[in-house]
Design a protein around this ligand. Structure first.
Ligand code: NFS
Length: 644
């Protein structure tokens, strides 16, 4: 029997409760600020405002309007829209890739004994990577291998020529396409700089060339920086395996010190989880009347420590202020990315302290306590110590924790799926490919990305995912989308019986997996790429990603990083459905190119669809087309009608 969350549950009750509280307490949240702005800048939305140089800002008009369609320098609408888009891609690539660089630096320090709190927990992954990167294994210790692997990975950032190492993971056909297009990334930093240069006033003005330049930087993220981040995090902290945990604001504890970790880089959060078990700190917490120290996460830092440590998730991007409004957060640790400056106002109404831990991110109104990897344990103890002391200042009469949380099973990586599909000795993707070939599973779709106040909270993810499941589509999730689906139980094996079509149900039951698989944080979208590689390698369902019955969707996206991810997916041959359009609609040429013509070039394209059910159906039609082209069998079971 199929059901959709849309019918049952319009919004997350935990968030509704805290939004009501915010209103009562007079605390502005993201929804209030969004409403206060009223209509947003239409010119910006259309991508026809050029702020690249100070001859402007040139606020252009659409064809037929009275305003000129050419800027002071002579740039036309297509150039202006494409330049903006390319810079978005470079910015997203910079954020993900700089994260990857920090992990590589930490691995190097760990290998050299300069980061005493860390060790190499994923030796198997280290060895596999060493083989792939041509690093010698024989007669060497794990530390020696790790040192060279870290150096090779760090060199990927500064490399000036040649090809990024992980590009060679892609199917041969895709690599050839990239070579012909001249978009194989040479070095991560180089491609980002290249975009910043070519988008200067008076350099590249050809919209297709600008977009291809942007794509090169996006590929440097997906097949470079993000892959480095994911793989080296697995080396340092272990490759995740499926783990049960809980999600939503109800994971906060009224009786314990609550430490929230928010942002993206797990290096600090891993140390915080260890520090929270420190006997002296636990003793001190008890002295102050707390029964323990509870660590929980927000956003992608949360996804990281959920997968590896089973740390509960308090919420996704839209819930960061709501977590603060419980009045139960003693320390809110933030590292980098997706941290709303508005958090400071919410914190000021309670005893909660925001601790900014990254040298890169100074946030007025917060305590700046930079985290030092070379003395991680001491640094983390110091930070958790502050949280414990702050517990004494908590006004218990003002604590309201919504009683809502949900069980999830998280931590599905390419490695753990390989194992689950076949066991240690004959692990492999044959069962998945066979399920696709036989028509039990229609295809595999990555549903990823942010949650936005422009949509009903979480709903775009839930509607899109449940519609896909009903059509026997296996869903793989990361980022805030995964958290949204986790909150309603879609990340549990039992969800298959409630939401999935019969064919998908059979597979989930046989393998023991949820119908929507939590694969990690946003940099872990690289895991979706490696999963697609395995599907191609196993054979029978396509020679490259563009032939596979796969697609991607980001129904609630808003971040530059999401644009970069979208473009590396499209450039890798994958149809990518966005829940709102890119800010390019002012340029017909750019819009036509990224939503249509590019398919003839890379094999992938964008589609914009604000109705998530329609978006899912568009994906289903795409999967059907791919299945037909591959001459796969018809689907085994009829799709159960909604509400049947
Ligand atoms: Ni991705 Fe993760 Fe969330 Fe969006 Fe922000 S946390 S990196 S950008 S909002 S999914």
């Amino acid at each position: 029997m199929s059901d959709t969350v849309q019918q049952r549950d319009r919004t997350d009750p935990a968030s509704v409760e805290m939004r009501e509280r915010a209103k009562t307490e007079g605390i502005a949240t993201i929804w209030d600020r969004y409403a206060a702005l009223g209509s947003q800048c239409r010119v910006g939305e259309l991508g026809i405002c050029c702020t690249i140089c100070h001859l402007g800002p040139c606020n252009l008009g659409l064809p037929g309007s009275k305003r000129p369609q050419i800027g002071v320098c002579g740039a036309n609408i297509d150039t202006v829209a494409a330049r903006r888009l390319a810079r978005d891609m470079a910015a997203g690539s910079a954020a993900h890739s700089d994260h990857g660089r920090s992990v590589a630096q930490l691995l190097l320090m760990t290998a050299r004994g300069q980061a005493p709190g860390y060790s190499i927990k994923g030796e198997g992954k280290l060895r596999a990577l060493a083989v792939e990167l041509g690093v010698a294994l024989v007669g060497r210790s794990a530390a020696e291998i790790a040192e060279e692997v870290a150096q090779v990975c760090l060199a990927q950032f500064g490399q000036q020529d040649g090809e990024l190492a992980f590009v060679h993971r892609a199917p041969a056909k895709q690599q050839e396409i990239w070579r012909k297009l001249g978009v194989v990334p040479r070095g991560v930093d180089r491609e980002i700089v290249d975009v910043m240069h070519r988008t200067n006033m008076g350099v590249d003005t050809d919209y297709q060339s600008l977009i291809m330049g942007g794509i090169r930087s996006a590929l440097a993220d997906g097949w470079g920086g993000s892959m480095v981040a994911t793989d080296l995090q697995d080396v340092l902290f272990g490759t995740p395996t499926p783990v049960r945990a809980q999600v939503n604001l109800g994971v906060l504890r009224a009786d314990q010190v609550n430490v929230l970790v928010h942002g993206h880089e797990p290096m600090l959060a891993e140390a915080i989880v260890d520090a929270a078990a420190d006997p002296a700190l636990l003793e001190r917490a008890k002295e102050l009347g707390a029964s323990g120290i509870n660590v929980a996460g927000i956003c992608c830092t949360a996804n990281e420590v959920l997968m590896r440590r089973g740390v509960p998730i308090a919420g996704n991007f839209l819930q960061q202020e709501l977590a603060m409004i419980t009045g139960a957060v003693d320390a809110f640790l933030v590292d980098v990315q997706c941290i709303m400056p508005g958090l400071v106002e919410a914190a000021s109404c309670f005893h909660s302290e925001i601790i900014a831990t990254s040298e890169k991110a100074r946030i007025p109104g917060t305590r700046h306590m930079p985290f030092h990897e070379d003395r991680a344990a001491a640094s983390a103890r110091e930070i958790v110590g502050r949280a414990v002391e702050n517990f004494a200042r908590r006004d218990r009469s003002r604590v309201v924790i919504p009683d809502h949380k949900m069980d999830v099973v998280a931590g599905f990586t390419t490695e753990s799926i390989t194992y689950m599909l076949g066991g240690t000795f004959r692990g492999g993707w044959r069962p998945l490919n066979d399920a696709i070939i036989s028509g039990r599973i229609r295809g595999v779709v990555g549903v990823v990305g942010c949650d936005s106040p422009k949509h009903i909270q979480d709903q775009c993810h839930l509607d899109l995912v449940t519609e896909l499941l009903r059509h026997d589509v296996l869903v793989v999730q990361t980022g805030c989308s995964a958290i949204a689906c986790g909150k309603v139980g879609l990340l549990q094996p039992e969800a298959a019986f409630k939401y999935a079509g019969k064919g998908l149900q059979e597979i989930c039951e046989t393998v023991g997996i949820p119908p929507a698989l939590h694969a990690g944080s946003c940099v872990d979208n690289s895991r979706i790429l490696t999963a697609c590689i395995e599907m191609v390698k196993e054979g029978g369902i396509g020679r490259d990603f563009s032939e596979l019955p796969v697609a991607a969707a980001a129904p609630g996206w808003w971040s530059e990083k999401a644009i970069t991810i979208g473009f590396y997916a499209v450039a890798s041959g994958i149809l990518t459905v966005l829940g709102s359009s890119l800010n390019i609609l002012g340029s017909d040429a750019v819009t036509r190119f990224v939503t249509g013509e590019i398919e003839g070039v890379t094999g992938g394209r964008f589609a914009f669809e604000s109705d998530p059910v329609k978006g899912a159906r568009l994906i289903v039609a795409h999967l059907n087309k791919k299945r037909e082209a591959l001459k796969l069998r018809p689907m085994m079971y009829e799709v159960v009608p909604v509400g049947a």
